[in-house]
Write a protein that binds this ligand. Structure first.
Ligand SMILES: [Mn+2]
Length: 319
């Protein structure tokens, strides 16, 4: 068993100060928080004269790929570093293909907000809404001079991990940090538009189709949307487009349980559920899935109409 240590922000800054070359690892299947945190950190640390490289085992695609600085992120590992940092990773497997490499290093540091285990030698863990909030404090402690680029990438993580300041993890701290970042020149309008408004025409067409055939049960307390593979193929999209569809259903005033069923192979369906004062985890556990009380998922095999019927019946036990 390796010895692990939890660090304060001050201790983390001291550790970083002692290192001249640093490798940052964004998590696999990267999101705005891991990418924003890594890029902001890299900028700040380079300012202090350090050699910094960012690695991610996964290609950066979609909206994240529209940002110039993501070109700084490498897919293949190279070089020698004094410190290896896992950014926004709740466990070592989030470093993906780099987990073996990471685990074999002596000097490792996790910077994360998921409330996970200490898997590095040093662990800077705080239960904030985003890792970017921890990075902001570390950079302040290091005396980094903030510029609009650093502020914009920190805002990217803050804004995406809080669901544009609407998820339950949003608090006064996240709003205060947003204010500070805007004062530092963060381009918050560009971030908001890119992540929360911009949509491809064909994706919107898919949404229109999915919404037009919405099904409702139990006097509108259960709202169900579904996507077939053929719909996705017809519009030339990939399967990531189904993420977020469930919110449409959840936004219906009468909805207690929102369901999005999307095809995931032949006779197999991925089910994403949201609840409003309704335990959707219990429903998903019934089908071998899991998640949070109000946001859960599962995978069900069978013919489409049978899958729907089972879902409606199981929700019927508790609604
Ligand atoms: Mn995060």
């Amino acid at each position: 068993m390796k010895s692990t240590k939890k660090l304060t922000i001050k201790q983390t800054a001291q550790l970083i100060k002692q290192c001249s070359s640093i490798a940052l690892f964004a998590h696999t299947n990267p999101d705005g928080d891991t990418v924003g945190s890594c890029i902001a950190l890299a900028h700040g640390l380079k300012q202090l004269g350090k050699t910094v490289e960012i690695f991610c085992d996964y290609p950066i695609t979609g909206k994240l790929a529209t940002f110039d600085e993501v070109k700084l992120i490498h897919n293949q590992f190279f070089g020698k570093y004094d410190l290896f940092v896992a950014v926004d990773c709740g466990d070592i497997f989030r470093t993906g293909e780099f987990s073996g490499l990471y685990d074999s290093q002596k000097e490792t540091l996790t910077i994360d907000h998921h409330g996970g285990e200490c898997f590095s030698k040093y662990n800077c863990l705080f239960q904030y809404a985003s890792t970017c909030q921890i990075v902001f404090e570390i950079l302040k402690e290091l005396g980094v001079e903030f510029n609009p680029t650093i502020a914009t990438y920190l805002y990217m993580g803050l804004c995406t991990d809080t669901g544009n300041f609407s998820n339950s993890n949003t608090d006064a701290d996240s709003h205060n940090m947003a204010g500070e970042l805007i004062n530092l020149g963060a381009d918050f309008q560009h971030i908001n538009r890119t992540f929360f408004r911009d949509i491809e025409l064909n994706e919107l067409k898919l949404h229109a189709r999915v919404l037009s055939r919405m099904r409702t049960y139990y006097d509108g307390q259960m709202i169900l949307l579904y996507v077939h593979q053929a719909d996705i193929d017809e519009f030339g999209l990939d399967n990531t487009v189904t993420t977020g569809l469930v919110h449409y259903a959840n936004d219906v005033v009468t909805a207690k349980v929102a369901v999005c069923v999307s095809q995931d192979g032949e006779n197999a369906y991925k089910v994403s559920m949201r609840g409003k004062n309704y335990n959707v985890r219990e429903v998903c556990q019934h089908f071998g899935g899991g998640g949070h009380l109000m946001a859960a998922g599962c995978r069900i095999c069978g013919y489409f109409e049978d899958v729907i019927e089972q879902l409606v019946r199981v929700v019927g036990f508790t609604i």
